[in-house]
Ligand binder design. Structure first.
Ligand SMILES: [Zn+2]
Length: 207
């Protein structure tokens, strides 16, 4: 740098844990804001434009927009996936035949695959008896999950729930509306949901 030049100065405004895509995991971050200064003889004399507040991974130094903080960390995601899976399968079972062994078996598979490896039929019975399917907690757990699922994961997640409904035969009208409800909570458009439901029905019929 010469006698006159430009220099960036940063001020830390916060820190915490973020999911860093570059590192591929949860990492400490610092949140900072900055300003470019015009300097003479290494002394900043004129403040120039502000640098937008941003988030920087402290490990790889990649910078992100603040929106990255709205994406849950892997740790938060591990907790939300089983809750979301449970919410989706209980909505679907209540909409159809909750006594069907085939549908219950598929529902247990989905919940176990989501991380609750000890989940069994007794636990499912308790969850089905616990609360109505369209309550705020269900919506919240699916909405939390939706933030974390990246394309095409919401589609696969919806397909899993639809297979629960298909396990004992064709989707009934109420199972179909349950699938649309789940899709809506996951942030899928009606058109997208229709495509996924149709694709899952076709693949179930073929298999
Ligand atoms: Zn990183």
């Amino acid at each position: 740098m010469g006698l006159v030049g430009l220099r960036l100065y940063f001020r830390t405004t916060g820190h915490g844990m973020v999911h860093c895509y570059r590192c591929g995991g949860d990492r400490p971050y610092r949140r900072c804001t900055g300003r470019r200064w015009f300097q003479v003889l290494w002394i900043p004399v004129i403040p120039l434009e502000r640098i937008a507040e941003h988030v920087q991974c402290r490990i790889c130094r990649t910078t992100y927009r603040l929106e990255v903080l709205s994406i849950p960390t892997s740790a938060a995601m591990q907790a939300a996936l089983p809750a979301g899976a449970l919410a989706a399968v209980t909505i679907m079972l209540r909409a159809g035949d909750a006594a069907s062994p085939a549908a219950r078996g598929r529902a247990i598979d989905v919940v176990q695959a989501a991380g609750l490896t000890g989940y069994d039929d007794a636990a499912l019975t308790a969850d089905l008896a616990a609360a109505p399917g369209r309550d705020a907690a269900t919506a919240a757990s699916l909405a939390t999950l939706a933030i974390q699922l990246t394309m095409p994961a919401p589609e696969w997640f919806l397909a899993d729930a639809v297979r629960v409904g298909l396990a004992d035969g064709r989707l009934s009208d109420s199972e179909r509306s349950a699938a649309r409800l789940i899709a809506g909570h996951l942030g899928l458009s009606a058109e997208r949901a229709h495509g996924v439901i149709a694709m899952t029905e076709e693949s179930a019929a073929a298999g």
